[in-house]
Write a protein of this length. Structure first.
Length: 381
């Protein structure tokens, strides 16, 4: 039995109607959809819903302010669980709410993150979420599962972000579309919680419905095998997460701005790694480095460990936890023709600046190293 079959209590190919444990609404929804939410009079089960303001916090535009105002009113009117200004919603849910076997539904593209905890995260389109909220249920066909085997372990110079960028570039776009990925093999046995989180979160960008980490994989026939020991630091090129080059190949590419934060770059592990590289050094003149812890808890932990002092001494700028590394309002943007190197996970045209700016994606370690030189470079500690 696959993990999704276990969670849904239904076999692959069969239709099933489920009652999600969590239906998540946040301020990434557009104003038209939020207006439609405001028209809802009754909910099947208000306890399934949770409203999280995490996308553009504090509001960086009048539109964002209006969306947040209406979501606050909706949560108050229906007495719905409400969270604001605590950090990135995915990580708040993962750390405080979601348990093994839960089902989480939202319009978010990275709900596969919850598979790191044995829960099922499902993405629905904006036009579906209203119906799910009103009825408290979702009907779907149980998708096929493919098994991806990991062997070996990452070298000290490489990260799970490097592996997933490589994975997404190696012909995976469309390969797993409409399917669920289960990561199996001896390579998953030693992964820490942070590595499992990055693994599952980015798996959805392959087109997969969701993803899980399967510890007990005896007798499973794998589709693909990847050796973690061969992974090298890489950078995703502007415009698509599915095009990467090695850090070495992009050496000396200038960067005007660096960002450490977002869904895949703001954990305490990311901040520790960045601080180790930045300690007793200075960010390159004319290069700006912005750092955003993923949650308030991580922010406080970084403060306790002296990481924030290291960042400030290096010349970095620390901003509030939140999810707007792909929104041109509250996280710092780049201008026409400028390059940004980001530890987040979006790099479409205009996501962090003007349409003709360029956003490259990399691990937090690679971003920190580039901030010291003003160019993409290999990591030195």
């Amino acid at each position: 039995m696959t993990m999704i079959e276990h969670v849904l209590s239904a076999s692959v190919g069969n239709g099933v109607t489920i009652k999600p444990d969590y239906i998540v609404l946040n301020d990434s929804l557009d104003l038209e959809l939020v207006n439609a939410l405001s028209e809802i009079k009754t909910l099947a089960n208000k306890d399934q819903l949770i409203v999280i303001l995490n996308y553009d916090i504090p509001a960086g535009s009048f539109t964002s302010a209006e969306i947040q105002k209406k979501l606050i009113h909706f949560a108050r009117e229906h007495d719905i669980e409400f969270v604001q200004a605590e950090g990135i919603g995915y990580h708040i849910l993962l750390n405080k709410y979601v348990k093994e076997g839960n089902v989480v539904v939202s319009t978010g593209m990275h709900n596969s993150i919850f598979g790191s905890k044995g829960a099922l995260g499902l993405h629905v389109e904006s036009e579906q979420i209203i119906d799910v909220c009103v009825k408290g249920e979702l009907t779907l066909t149980v998708p096929e599962t493919v098994y991806v085997e990991l062997k070996g372990s990452l070298s000290p110079d490489s990260t799970m972000k490097d592996f997933m960028l490589t994975f997404l570039d190696e012909g995976t776009k469309g390969k797993y579309a409409g399917k669920v990925i289960e990561f199996v093999g001896e390579g998953v046995q030693s992964l820490c919680a942070k590595q499992k989180t990055d693994l599952c979160l980015l798996a959805a960008r392959s087109g997969a419905v969701s993803a899980f980490v399967q510890i007990n994989s005896q007798g499973i026939h794998t589709t693909d095998v990847y050796d973690l020991s061969t992974v090298k630091p890489v950078v995703a090129l502007p415009g698509s997460i599915h095009q990467t080059q090695s850090v070495k190949a992009l050496k000396d590419t200038p960067v005007a701005a660096c960002f450490i934060g977002g869904c895949t770059g703001g954990s305490i592990e990311d901040l520790r790694q960045a601080a180790e590289i930045l300690k007793d050094k200075k960010v390159a003149t004319y290069t700006r480095l912005t750092i955003s812890p993923e949650t308030n808890e991580v922010y406080l932990k970084a403060m306790e460990e002296g990481l924030l002092e290291t960042f400030i001494d290096s010349g970095a700028q620390i901003i509030n936890p939140g999810c707007a590394s792909c929104l041109t309002t509250s996280k710092g943007v780049v201008g026409s023709g400028e390059n940004m190197l980001s530890a987040s996970c979006w790099n479409f045209a205009g996501c962090n600046g003007t349409k003709d700016s360029n956003v490259f994606l990399a691990s937090s370690a690679t971003v920190a190293a580039a901030a010291l030189t003003g160019y993409v470079c290999e990591t030195t500690k």
